[in-house]
Design a protein around this ligand. Structure first.
Ligand code: XMP
Length: 326
């Protein structure tokens, strides 16, 4: 039968056959997929794998520190953190089209990996040899929805599928390419990754960059980051993390509406809550969260994040809506 153990053994053999005695680097995004892909490759080639966490400035609050701490503690993997927010913010300046954002982010990821490879990994390697392989946590649904599957339309260019430059210097290793999320989680558990990593809700590689509708700026990221942290904190406090697949929080940065606070008029931005339930992210339904929880999130966000004066709930299933707004 096609058990988790089989998947692991088969993939480890395929990875060894592909990489030989070469070296690989794996980008960690803070999400489940890259964490599991890295753990598989580490199992296959040991410390010839180095993980690179590209801090693109599009992460959620405390996320970089969490990966630095939890993942390294759990796996003992070699990790290099590349501080690259300037690179990403410049590439995103003036860009508001969703596909253009995704492609720009995908391209800068590769540039950031190349820079880390050349200036850090190769520079520090005893043999001075380059890293030839790049591990990505691409899943089957990513391939299908990026137009990689047979007869499939390109719905979105997932950053790690549709945005790769022509002159890529790495050969890709994608051990999860045939798997769905629940299988990936099972593989991660079997490999001994802790629940706070495997059970984590999905978060897209392009990060908060595709949760700001409009141009991405540092100021807007800061607003979204604060609102998102409140929404996640309250969901966790209500004990509902396992009941939702994920809950994107989306900033409608180019929209303003009139509000009132105290005796004053406000003219602020709306925030969208997008809680969904799903099996594999190919289809989804909006989650019926308790109204007291929604009220709590709304009150806290409008009280604590000055720039936000309205919180709205997305009640669209997928299809026709996708989970992320971009
Ligand atoms: P959509 O918005 O297409 O999202 O319904 C389906 C699932 O994929 C996640 N997602 C991404 N994950 N890179 C990723 O690693 C991406 O570019 C990307 N875009 C969307 C999304 O959060 C949801 O879980």
């Amino acid at each position: 039968s096609w058990s988790t153990g089989n998947i692991i053994e088969e993939q480890i053999e395929l990875i060894r056959a592909q990489v030989g005695d070469g070296k690989a680097l794996c980008g960690l995004s803070g999400g489940v997929d890259s964490a599991v892909a890295a753990a598989l490759v580490q199992r296959a080639i040991g410390d010839r794998l180095t993980c690179v966490l590209v801090d693109h400035g599009l992460m959620r609050q405390d996320e970089v520190e969490q990966v630095e701490k939890d993942y390294v503690a759990a796996t003992g993997v070699k990790l290099h953190v590349a501080r690259e927010s300037d690179r990403f913010l410049s590439a995103l300046a003036g860009v508001s089209d969703p596909e253009a954002k995704r492609k720009a982010i995908g391209r800068e990821f590769i540039r950031a990996f190349e820079a880390a490879e050349e200036h850090v990994l190769r520079a520090e390697a005893a043999d001075g040899k380059p890293v030839q392989f790049l591990v990505q946590g691409t899943l089957y649904p990513d391939v299908v929805e990026s137009g990689g599957g047979e007869g499939a339309a390109n719905i979105k260019s997932h950053h790690n599928v549709g945005g790769l430059p022509e002159d890529l210097q790495f050969e890709l290793v994608e051990p999860l390419r045939q798997l769905f999320k629940d299988e990936v989680r099972a593989v991660g558990r079997e490999l001994g990754l802790p629940e706070n990593i495997v059970g984590r809700q999905p978060f897209p590689g392009p990060g908060l960059g595709i949760r700001i509708i409009g141009e991405v700026t540092e100021e807007r990221l800061d607003i979204l980051r604060r609102a998102d942290a409140i929404a996640r904190e309250e969901l966790t406090r209500a004990g509902l993390d396992d009941d939702v697949w994920q809950m994107p929080v989306v900033l409608l940065a180019d929209v303003r509406s009139v509000g009132v606070q105290g005796d004053g008029r406000t003219y602020g931005h709306p925030i969208v809550l997008r809680p969904v339930s799903s099996e594999d992210a190919m289809t989804a339904d909006w989650s019926r969260l308790p109204s007291e929880l929604l009220a709590k999130i709304s009150n806290r966000i409008t009280n604590e994040v000055e720039e936000i004066n309205r919180v709205v709930l997305d009640v669209t299933s997928k299809p026709p809506g996708t989970i992320e707004w971009e």
